[in-house]
Unconditional design. Sequence first.
Length: 349
Amino acid sequence: MTTSHNPLHGWQVSRNDIQWKGKDLLRPECILAEPDGTLWTADARGGVMKIAPDGMQTLIAQRGEHERAGQPSSQNAAQLMMGGTLPNGLAFDRDGNIVIANFGTDAIELMTRDGASRTLYDRIDGEPLGKTNFVLTDTRGRIWFTVTTRQVPWTRSINEKTADGYVGLIDEHGIRIVADGFVGTNEIRLDANEEWLYVVETNARRISRLRVQDDGSLTDREIYGPSDLGGFPDGFAFDAYGNLWTTLILNEKLIALTPDGEVLTLLDDGNPEAIARYETHYRDGTTTPELMGACRGSLAPMMASITFGGADLRTVYLGSLGGTTLATFRSPVPGLPLAHWQPTRATPA
């Protein structure tokens, strides 16, 4: 247990301090930040948007398999949620390429920084992967990924609260499932020592964690924090103190789970009436996209992810499903650096 003063006690995000980064973005669900200030956001046009420190933007579209697919440029983000290439989770591999969990193609893909793209895996154990959601690399160069559901269409899993999501691992031995039975698997994160893997279960409204073994197997599964967060967690990130900052999509809130088990509300951009209507339908298993859309806030509409960046890792960026820019503000505590900020460790033989 951490005994020093928690920097988040008594602190909240002031709307007056929020600034904006980027423009004309399309579904910037996931954000990668580099030490030099460069940002990379997922883009529903099929690729990523690179935002240089001076604000210059470059859309890097996936070339190769997706070019041949001929995806119509007129499709909007909502249509792409049901098909077509739709980059969702992003991570850097040890060579600086971008690993993509493609929510549209149901595949784990690899894209170079100039857009050359190929599929790494779209099947596991001879079966389709399912609805790939997020990817994470560790300091050993391994790729962890999540699949939200195997249901077709995937939207069934929201109302049915299906426990068929899983966590997979790609390493020198290939691809395999390392944990199964999650309810709407979303983002995953490792703690500072890569001893625990934390898993968002959006449709169960909770976060679970599992102990990481040397061979990548996961044990000792348990719920981390409240069994019901009072909203729908989507993306999260640790800070250097050990707080787990978490977005509640639809609730349009940013909360933090402290090492002592407290839940702190850091930002609230929600619509109480709309979320109350949605939760009634959620309990009854009758949610619709229209109900989700009505919950959108004004700062990061359908708040989906959080990323720490800046040279001191104190600049926070919020990703969203409905935004066209990134809400950003300063944090009183630096974020925990991800693997691409740290020296890569060799994998034990």
